[in-house]
Ligand binder design. Structure first.
Ligand SMILES: Cc1cc2nc3c(=O)[nH]c(=O)nc-3n(C[C@H](O)[C@H](O)[C@H](O)COP(=O)(O)OP(=O)(O)OC[C@H]3O[C@@H](n4cnc5c(N)ncnc54)[C@H](O)[C@@H]3O)c2cc1C
Length: 329
């Protein structure tokens, strides 16, 4: 049977949104080809309590491994565990998230299994003779269609490319011990330092308000933050010009050398639209750009564009969003 295996990412004992995205994508594909969705979940003791949420999004079987050494990401033990599961099962595709952790784990697993991998894909399908994926290439200038003919195909899914949709799977669980001691790896993550926990993570936010050099100074990012707060479900992003200036931390940077995001709505404020920036956000579902230069390249990828000064337009937009939310409550 053409089953699909998913690695469900968790942090601090909680599932990450990318885990539900990957399970949703796998469920859709498994339904098309008549297979089951199996999910690997590793974590500190207690993580098994998250298996039911995975079942709600389509997991037929959740393979859980609990160990104190899985409290932080344990690259070698996690790779070994996933690879063992793949070898012992009948899987057509193995799905990871193209998150920071997935960017490490997916290639490790592919190398261990000596299988083909496609990273940072925005969609995938399982056919009779190949797994076909779409992958933004050349900093997003082209969308490549790639066929992976080996079995299983290893795929990592761009965060935000699929929205989580609840669709119950059979939800059986199986408890399996780690195949190696997570503390015995050559790489041991001793601590995870989270960024500002009061704001939404860029990979999880449905709305991203991003600022560029057009904001002119660090203190003017208050405009960006106010618009994000007006939406209520938005994170703040930035261009490299901004993070290089030190106006925002590097963790806010979106683009080729920053985060890859695909939110429902991406609002670009005073951003020119350099290809390195577009590489990280052009797969967003709706792009709104505000720039005073009507020739700015960002308008080529924008669904809606406002030619204007951010210092005039953004406060008016913030007030309009606040008003719209108040009247809808
Ligand atoms: C190897 C490499 C990797 C890179 N990686 C990244 C990356 O990951 N992410 C990234 O973002 N960049 C990256 N860059 C940098 C990239 O090439 C651009 O330099 C950068 O994206 C420009 O940022 P910006 O749009 O904020 O600034 P600018 O290009 O200076 O654009 C500022 C924009 O603001 C507009 N503006 C000015 N004033 C106002 C106003 N008052 N109201 C409205 N609009 C206004 C201007 O018209 C202009 O379009 C990389 C570059 C290299 C070489």
């Amino acid at each position: 049977m053409p089953n699909v295996l998913v690695f469900a990412e968790a942090r601090g004992g909680e599932l990450r949104k990318v885990a539900l995205e990957a399970v949703t994508a796998a469920r859709r594909v498994a339904d098309q080809v008549g297979g089951d969705v199996h999910v690997v979940l590793v974590g500190a003791p207690g993580i098994a309590g998250r298996a039911s949420a995975l079942a709600e999004y389509g997991a037929d079987l959740v393979v859980v491994s609990e160990h104190p050494g899985f409290a932080n990401y344990a690259p070698e033990a996690t790779t070994a565990f996933v690879a063992e599961r793949v070898k012992g099962g009948d899987y057509r595709a193995v799905i990871f998230s193209a998150s920071q952790q997935g960017k490490d784990l997916a290639p490790r697993t592919a190398a261990r299994l000596q299988q083909a991998i496609a990273t940072d894909v925005t969609s995938f399908e399982v056919g009779a003779d190949a797994v076909t994926v779409t992958h933004p290439g050349y900093t997003g200038k082209v969308v490549q269609t790639l066929r992976l003919v080996g079995t299983p195909a290893i795929v990592s899914l761009r965060p935000g490319a699929v929205s989580p949709v609840a669709k119950a799977g059979a939800g059986r669980t199986e408890s399996v011990p780690p195949s190696m001691d997570p503390a015995a790896g050559r790489v041991v993550v001793t601590e995870t330092i989270l960024g500002d926990t009061k704001t939404l993570d860029l990979g999880e936010a449905p709305v991203i308000i991003s600022g560029g050099r057009g904001l002119k100074a660090a203190e003017h990012f208050k405009l960006v933050e106010d618009l994000a707060a007006a939406f209520g479900n938005a994170a703040v992003g930035a261009t490299r010009a901004v993070t290089d200036e030190g106006w925002r931390p590097h963790s806010d940077q979106i683009g080729q050398t920053g985060r890859l995001v695909s939110p429902d709505l991406y609002v670009a404020l005073g951003i020119s639209g350099a290809i390195q920036h577009l590489a990280g956000m052009r797969t967003s579902k709706c792009i709104v750009a505000i720039n005073k230069d009507k020739e700015a390249p960002i308008f080529k990828v924008a669904d809606y564009g406002i030619v204007g000064d951010v210092f005039d337009v953004v406060p008016a937009l913030t007030a309009a969003v606040q008003q719209a939310r108040q009247s809808s409550n």
